[in-house]
Design a protein around this ligand. Structure first.
Ligand code: HEC
Ligand code: HEC
Ligand code: HEC
Ligand code: HEC
Ligand code: HEC
Ligand code: HEC
Ligand code: HEC
Length: 418
């Protein structure tokens, strides 16, 4: 069962609107403790601590990612394994060739790159922006991208090291100064094909050159940022971005796979299969929570007070989807992987999603719902269902357009449900 929104709402903390590309998670201790009580018994059973992977959460309630990560067994963003436990994507490709070929072309695989490999920066090798008295410029020459900020005669420059986001919505840059990591004050926006202020940085004129260049990330923020956008940046609980595989690779989702690969190489098929997580064995809520390790689970969103913040929560697909009438108490026909193959690029043809809707909805007006088809028929449309029932919503400030996963009848003029 999913906790009703209201019980958590009375305890929520209102965050600054979650306008960032990646609004950070604050923990609401009440919801967290409550979920802990439910979950300790569910996840920490000895049988599961022996196996490599978490499988089911029999309670079937959405859990906070922090709790999943602290429980025994693999879960995305977990960082307790050693570097040697990871085989690297090239090793997986040797045996899972066709999966590896398509996975490499996904947005997730390019969720972070070194700036030297950031196509966007090479396509736009001189980006400039004026911000009050400041002039900002990102110049890319061969392997190097440099951020320069000028105000009168004063200048500050920094070598940009990493580009975050493939750029379907936007791309933000990370650099280092005096041992700290910084997030660039400006991001590249796909909608305008130009620079704009990074979400959450505020629209006011920065006080000094430092602030005009970027925002210092706390060590915890840096770690989380790389945790969702790269593979194995944290091993043995130590953060080392230089050792990470950039982007979301096989082992970011399936967990460290060196023992699996070794077992398979020596023909120990049965043992080998047990050494790697296959998320297809998760129950529907667990499956959505799995993607929610980075996309934020329903409970992450509620626990952090990201409900009731208007359209800013549209990016949290698990939360939106599980609020749909279609979701009910959870159904494998409506998990994230029912519609999205994580090993293939996002399908952009709306008609391709119809078969998923019609696994549950009857098609003829007047046709009775039944056990296998619990959803009624539409009186308005017979194809491209998502174009009407999963509207595209533009979020202010970052001008990004997300697909609302809260499947519903959209009535013009009726407010966005949070
Ligand atoms: C030496 C060959 C080999 C290598 C290397 C290898 N695998 Fe496998 N893997 C297999 C075989 C064989 C199977 C069983 C058949 C199948 O499901 O394709 C398998 C199964 C799997 C499964 C499904 C397990 C299940 O419970 O059904 C996953 C997930 C997987 N591999 C991921 C990976 C990842 C990630 C890597 C890289 C870290 C990797 N494999 C490296 C051969 C290999
Ligand atoms: C380790 C973190 C992580 C996990 C786990 C994860 N994602 Fe993602 N996902 C990301 C990041 C980061 C992006 C943004 C990539 C970009 O555009 O740069 C993303 C983007 C996407 C996109 C958008 C693709 C596009 O073309 O714009 C889809 C769809 C998606 N993820 C589906 C899934 C599904 C389904 C699952 C669960 C099977 C999942 N993700 C699990 C991190 C993750
Ligand atoms: C909890 C996991 C998580 C954390 C932490 C996180 N991200 Fe993301 N990020 C995602 C996911 C999932 C997406 C894709 C869906 C979305 O846009 O919300 C994404 C999308 C993005 C995008 C837009 C991608 C595109 O295709 O245009 C940028 C830029 C980005 N993140 C930068 C960052 C930076 C910089 C940090 C750290 C300061 C960070 N993220 C921290 C999970 C995360
Ligand atoms: C974003 C997360 C994500 C990434 C990245 C990812 N996988 Fe998977 N993988 C999944 C999920 C989720 C499933 C279960 C899919 C389902 O239930 O339909 C899966 C299933 C599999 C299976 C089992 C297929 C089956 O039919 O049972 C194999 C093998 C596999 N993945 C290999 C890989 C390899 C190799 C890579 C890297 C090239 C990779 N995966 C990258 C999430 C991911
Ligand atoms: C797992 C089964 C399932 C899937 C898959 C599914 N639905 Fe539903 N849907 C239902 C059920 C059950 C209801 C509630 C009973 C009803 O009103 O028909 C529902 C209700 C609806 C409603 C009415 C919502 C409201 O607020 O009154 C719409 C619209 C809808 N679904 C559209 C879709 C579309 C479009 C898709 C595909 C993108 C889809 N559904 C996929 C099961 C499903
Ligand atoms: C009923 C089918 C369906 C399900 C289930 C579903 N999605 Fe989607 N998703 C879509 C459609 C349709 C799009 C828009 C594709 C396009 O851009 O044309 C989309 C787009 C996305 C994007 C790209 C950004 C955006 O908002 O347009 C992300 C990220 C994403 N989905 C993540 C998820 C995650 C995570 C889950 C599980 C909670 C999930 N989706 C479940 C149909 C689905
Ligand atoms: C052109 C836009 C459009 C398309 C395409 C469309 N719908 Fe609808 N749908 C609507 C509207 C508008 C309503 C509300 C109509 C009403 O109140 O009678 C609706 C109602 C529904 C309902 C609620 C029915 C009821 O009586 O409660 C369901 C379920 C539904 N649609 C499913 C689907 C599915 C599945 C598809 C694809 C096969 C689809 N829709 C395609 C616009 C559309």
């Amino acid at each position: 069962m999913i906790m009703p929104v209201d019980s958590a709402q009375s305890h929520r903390q209102y965050p600054v609107p979650a306008s960032s590309f990646c609004a950070l998670i604050k923990r609401n201790s009440f919801v967290f403790q409550l979920a802990s009580i439910v979950a300790i018994g569910a996840l920490a059973s000895p049988a599961q601590s022996l196996s490599q992977a978490q499988t089911n959460s029999p309670s079937a309630i959405s859990l906070p990612t922090e709790l999943r990560v602290q429980s025994p067994g693999w879960w995305p963003t977990k960082g307790d394994a050693s570097r040697d436990a990871y085989a690297g994507a090239a090793a997986c490709a040797k045996c899972h060739g066709s999966t590896a070929v398509t996975q490499r072309t996904t947005a997730m695989a390019h969720a972070a790159t070194r700036t030297a490999d950031a196509e966007l920066l090479h396509q736009h090798d001189d980006l400039a922006f004026h911000l009050g008295p400041y002039t900002e410029e990102i110049v890319t020459k061969s392997e190097k991208s440099v951020l320069m900020v000028r105000k009168g005669a004063a200048t500050l420059s920094a070598d940009l090291l990493w580009a975050f986001g493939v750029g379907h919505m936007g791309q933000t840059y990370i650099y280092q100064r005096n041992g700290s990591f910084y997030e660039s004050h400006l991001s590249f926006y796909a909608s305008s094909q130009s620079m704009g202020i990074t979400p959450e940085h505020g629209l006011s004129i920065p006080d000094n050159l430092e602030d005009a260049a970027g925002r210092r990330l706390t060590p915890a923020e840096t770690r989380r940022c790389f945790g969702c956008h790269t593979t194995a940046s944290v091993t043995k609980d130590q953060f080392d971005p230089s050792a990470a595989d950039l982007g979301v690779g096989c082992e970011a989702c399936h967990g460290p796979g060196a023992t699996h690969a070794a077992a398979m190489r020596s023909g120990m098929q049965e043992e080998g299969v047990a050494m790697i997580m296959n998320p297809s064995r998760l129950d529907p809520v667990g499956s959505v929570d799995f993607c929610g390790a980075c996309h934020r689970t329903w409970e992450d969103v509620v626990g952090n007070g990201f409900t009731g913040i208007g359209v800013y929560n549209v990016r949290f697909a698990p939360y939106r989807l599980e609020n749909s009438k279609c979701w009910g108490k959870g159904d494998v026909r409506l998990t994230c992987v029912a519609c999205h193959d994580p090993h293939r690029p996002l399908e952009r043809d709306p008609a391709a999603y119809d078969s998923h809707c019609l696994q549950c909805h009857v098609t003829q007006a007047g046709e009775k719902k039944n056990a296998s088809h619990p959803g009624g028929a539409c009186r308005v449309g017979t194809k491209s269902c998502t174009t009407c029932h999963m509207p595209r919503i533009e979020t202010p400030i970052q001008h990004s357009i997300f697909t609302d996963h809260w499947i519903r009848i959209v009535v013009p003029g009726k407010p966005y449900p949070n």
